[in-house]
Design a protein around this ligand. Structure first.
Ligand code: ATP
Ligand code: MG
Length: 284
């Protein structure tokens, strides 16, 4: 059973209000995850502040996606605790309850409805669990139309509102998916490798978009593209072998000898950018 801070039962996870009086919206403490004896996360501790934009970096296999899987309820940790605000134990909620409670996740591959327009895609997410037919055949209220207009503006797709989503570029589809997440008004947005496969211009626009979302939302961004990370970074967390290796500003991270040794390596950014272009092939 889900209870609020006074111990009363909450019937809908939508009504969950995280207690952020200490300024922290996500508490991940002593979390370990093993796959066949291999520790993908190893006593990991991470605290995300309410409204912050956090970058999460680390070599392939460091545990970044696994961490997002744990926060969103896709994977249960072997040990540790994950709280939304001070009181809400996310380990007691299932994946859809966590999403409803206000933690949105953007996967790498966009999952928009290609035959529907950009507007309709957002309209559907706004409808939540009402279902596709009810939503598309019921009349929108003025308030709902305004909200869709606002989201279209935020993601920069107002001119494309009535295009079928299938006609959008890869980058535009990624923004649409972020817009679809925004319809649920999440407190936390987890974004895994948002700029993989994007053009330089799309990458820049994505940096602006994610930066603009911080404040209103807490945004956690995983990315290998170091130029991109540098362009949006406030606080950066480096994961290594399932634990936090370092945390700080980009310049602190870049001058940290441990980080240089295990992640940035001798070649620094170039190697990491190569990794990005390799991956982008999948989405071209
Ligand atoms: N379902 C699974 N079963 C077995 N091993 C897994 C599973 N998911 C992840 N792993 C392993 O756990 C480790 C961490 O994986 P994870 O995907 O979290 O890394 P990552 O930091 O996201 O890497 P990348 O930058 O390549 O996306 C890797 O060694 C990976 O092979
Ligand atoms: Mg990953």
């Amino acid at each position: 059973m889900i209870v609020d801070k006074h111990g009363s039962a909450l019937t809908a996870t939508k009504n969950i209000k995280p207690d952020t009086r200490h300024g922290v919206i996500l508490y991940v403490e002593d979390v370990s995850v093993s796959f066949d004896g291999f520790k993908a996360l190893n006593d990991l501790n991470l605290y995300i502040n309410d409204g912050e934009l956090r970058c999460l970096i680390g070599a392939n296999g460091a545990g970044k996606t696994t961490l997002m899987d744990v926060i969103t309820g896709k994977i249960r940790p072997d040990k540790g605790s994950v709280n939304f605000g001070q009181q809400v134990n996310l380990l007691e909620l299932d994946e859809s309850e966590i999403a409803q409670a206000g933690i949105g996740r953007k996967f790498q591959k966009p999952t928009v409805f290609e035959a529907l327009t950009v507007f309709e895609n957002i309209e559907l997410s706004l409808a939540g669990d009402k279902g596709i037919w009810t939503s598309l055949f019921s009349k929108l209220t003025g308030e709902q139309k305004d909200r869709i207009g606002e989201i279209l503006h935020t993601i920069g797709l107002t001119p494309e509102a009535f295009y079928p989503a299938g006609r959008l570029s890869h980058g535009q589809k990624q923004w649409l998916e972020i817009g679809m997440l925004l319809a649920a008004e999440p407190r936390v947005l987890l974004v895994d490798e948002p700029v993989a496969g994007m053009t330089g211009q799309e990458t820049e626009r994505t940096a602006e978009l994610l930066t603009s979302l911080a404040g209103k939302h807490s945004v956690v961004v995983v990315e290998h593209d170091m130029a991109f990370v540098r362009s949006i970074a406030r606080k950066v967390t480096v994961l290594h072998q399932g634990s936090v290796l370092a945390e700080g500003s980009m310049s602190e991270i870049q001058s940290n000898p441990e980080v240089i040794k295990v992640y940035l390596g001798e070649e620094t950014g170039d190697e990491i950018t190569d990794d990005k272009s390799e991956k982008s092939g999948e989405y071209a």
